[in-house]
Design a protein around this ligand. Sequence first.
Ligand SMILES: N[C@@H](CCC(=O)N[C@@H](CS)C(=O)NCC(=O)O)C(=O)O
Length: 345
Amino acid sequence: MTQPTVSSNTSNKGKKGKSLPSGLIIRTGKFVWTTMWQIMMSNLAPRSKSGEYIRPATQFHHAIGTEPGNPYPPATGRYNLYVGLGCPWAHRTLVVRSLKGLQSVISVTIVSPSSDEGIWVLNQPESGCRTIPEVYNLAQPGYQGRCTVPVLWDKQTQTIINNESAEIIVILNSQFNEFAANPSLDLYPEELKPQIDTWNDKIYHAVNNGVYRCGFAQTQSAYEQACEELFTALDEIDTNLDTNRYLCGDQLTLADVRLFTTLFRFDVVYYGLFKCNLRRIQDYKNLGAYLRDLYQIPGIADTCDLESVKRDYYGNLFPLNPGGIIPSGPDITNLWQPHQRGNNK
Ligand SMILES: N[C@@H](CCC(=O)N[C@@H](CS)C(=O)NCC(=O)O)C(=O)O
């Protein structure tokens, strides 16, 4: 490796001692950068004492429904979703909206991350709001929590109904059937609920949030623990998919939707940026084909935006990628290749 100190060749004679010793530069740089990294990571990713990422809980949990006293009845044109296309949690809501055929019932506002401000910004200002924190503040003046997407918004009362993707997709699945183009599609059927809930709990902890627990870990041991749990869960899912087309058998459910949005991003961003690199999804016996199977369901690919995913993660998570360089690959055109996962599974 080239040393940036004084060389002994003749042209540098007389300059000896003018360069800083490289060790000092390295130590100072490391100290400044590590301190800044810790400060920025503590804002981006709250942590436990041992350096594990702790995801903050969401705060709006109202429901839409016809029960007496509920101020938020099902309606067409009344509700709006705020979503970032890079965000896996928001992506779940777009998938269910599309599968149920709710595009003309529930409107969508696309937001993009602002790397300088560290917040989501509306692509087009609406209701006097330019940013997602302004939307939260309109719903609840003085709101102090995290301003996350997705947000399910009531245009009539100008408030947030719900900002938890796991709950929003249950609402979208069941409450808009009178307006939906696919009302008979039930992604959370009564008889499969226990099985779906069991998968959801496992997959949320080890996979959906697990990739973040790897990427946002602030100690080696926290990272290793998260990584082990992630790949143990992926192995278990892969084995299950040997005999089942979808997680709960031959029927697509919310458990698959929730897994899909993480798998879609896995080889593209989590493998590299979040250090989830023991294996790629496409290296698994079943998970790669399962991902293609879901991607090819009519309506799903339309919700997937690879360029936004890469830009939002690599371009905006500054402490993880300070240079902001967005990788060229990988090539995901193979998502259109045959998946061979038919009814024989
Ligand atoms: N539990 C929430 C998580 C949502 C979430 O963390 N969204 C991220 C984007 S991928 C966000 O908006 N983060 C902004 C922040 O934490 O300030 C859900 O599932 O809806």
